[in-house]
Design a protein around this ligand. Structure first.
Ligand SMILES: Cc1ncc(COP(=O)(O)O)c(C=O)c1O
Length: 435
């Protein structure tokens, strides 16, 4: 069974084998998210509550978003919302997306609404792509450490076997850890083929979660060559593409690479309103693919995985408002992300903690190996529990399939008062261990 399985599926049950497989998959973080969510920190009202620096949410632009969404063109009620609509995305929303994504990620290229499908969140898009591209047991590769649900999103229903391309903390010539080369993909494909596996594609999270880095254009072109040689699909999750706070000009989206790639119909781009617009609750995920078979399949699946048309309407209003989006919201968001990241980073570095340099996303990726009794996964989880006892919720790297124990992911774009209090909690746990 695919990575993420807890082991054997019990034979006696009232549900299907498939359902038992879904139930058995590991979900380490949810119980902690529930506990911390029921008792959230507030400096005055609940100073003993939990600070959640684990869930990838950007709280820096909440007020700006609320103000814009309360305007009549976005959230005002209309009788048309009571009725059926094009479940794979209203024409109005797909038009807005085509224009918005072209403007920001592939200037000069006009995206077609025909190649765009909207589903209920990016996780749902990944699940649907797994269904459309793979048969049960087929393999998709992904470099690790990575967003932990990549394994479950493709595996829980589509039964895809997601296999890691393992990277380590060993630094490359540019002094960066957790990197790999296109030849590592080639080697992993050969290894899996030798085991008799059917390798169908690769999933790239770009910008990367948890590293907060993104790939160079030349690297990506080499990856596309490897994929074309092995006839692989390329699924790209660009959910953080507009949350880049450094070196923004060197980011190249797959939407811009598609026209020069050897097999454009094998590239499936995914984005959503969840991260770059902080609208996780809207459940609006987007797929762009020029592969008509894939698009036709996704359109059918939208019957089961669609979002209410009122959400399509509100999102279209935001994306079409160029002045608000392009001149105000996105640049302000980037500035706030940069400031918050730098604040967290300097705090941690002053404590003598190694921080992996980031340019994008919501994460600081830190090495806490010096504070473990032994560099093992068990000790990493013991430190995680120490943090949680102090009411600080962060993500241990092993949950993100990090090969080296002792790395942790912290979300830095929490409310500013939570950031300060959270970092202080982290300091108090580390200081005890230093002694
Ligand atoms: C890389 C990545 N992809 C997908 C998701 C899930 O997004 P959604 O909430 O739209 O399903 C996340 C959320 O953390 C993510 O980090």
């Amino acid at each position: 069974m695919a990575t993420g399985s807890n082991g054997d599926i019990p034979p006696l049950s009232t549900v299907s084998t498939r359902a038992r497989h879904t139930i058995q998959l590991k979900d380490f973080l949810t119980p902690y998210a529930v506990t911390s969510g029921m008792n959230p920190y507030h400096p005055k009202d609940n100073p003993k509550g939990y600070i959640n620096m684990a869930t990838a949410v950007n709280r820096l632009m909440e007020e700006e978003l609320e103000t814009r969404l309360r305007k009549a063109d976005a959230m005002q009620y209309d009788r048309q919302f009571q009725h059926y609509y094009q479940l794979f995305g209203t024409f109005q929303f797909r038009m807005a997306l085509a224009d918005f994504l072209s403007r920001h990620l592939c200037p000069g290229r006009t995206l077609s609404t025909e190649n765009i499908v909207v589903l209920n969140g990016v996780a749902s898009c990944l699940d649907a792509l797994g269904h459309a591209i793979c048969d049960p047991g087929d393999v998709l590769l992904t470099p690790t450490p990575v967003y932990t649900r990549i394994f479950s999103d493709f595996c829980e229903r589509a039964l895809v076997d997601v296999q890691p391309i393992i990277t380590t903390q060993e630094k490359n010539q540019e002094n960066l850890s957790f990197t790999y080369q296109p030849r590592d993909i080639e080697n992993r494909i050969q290894e899996l083929k030798a085991e008799g596996k059917n390798v169908k594609g690769i999933i790239l999270v770009h910008p990367q979660n948890p590293l907060g880095d993104f790939y160079s254009k030349s690297f990506l072109l080499d990856v596309l060559q490897v994929c074309a040689r092995h006839k692989l699909h390329v699924i790209v999750d660009e959910i953080y593409a507009l949350s880049i706070f450094r070196d923004e000009e060197s980011f190249v989206s797959f939407l811009a690479l598609e026209p020069i790639s050897p097999e454009p119909e094998k590239i499936h781009f995914v984005w959503g309103m969840t991260k770059d617009f902080g609208l996780a609750g809207f459940r609006a995920g987007v797929i762009h693919s020029t592969n008509q078979e894939v698009v036709n399949c996704l359109k059918k699946l939208s019957t089961y995985q669609c979002t209410a048309s009122i959400v399509h309407h509100a999102c279209a209003a935001l994306l079409n408002d160029k002045e608000w989006c392009d001149d105000f919201f996105l640049p302000t968001n980037r500035r706030k992300l940069r400031d918050s990241y730098e604040k967290a980073r300097s705090f941690l570095e002053e404590m003598g903690i190694e921080v992996r340099e980031a340019k994008s996303g919501f994460f600081v990726w830190i090495n806490l190996q010096p504070f473990l009794n032994e560099v093992t996964k068990e000790e990493e989880l013991a430190l995680f529990e120490d943090f949680f006892k102090q009411r600080l919720f962060v993500v241990p790297g092993s949950i993100l399939y990090c090969a080296n124990p002792g790395w942790f992911r912290l979300i830095f774009c929490v409310h500013p008062q939570d950031l300060e209090a959270g970092l202080e909690k982290l300091r108090s746990v580390i200081e005890v261990r230093r002694k």
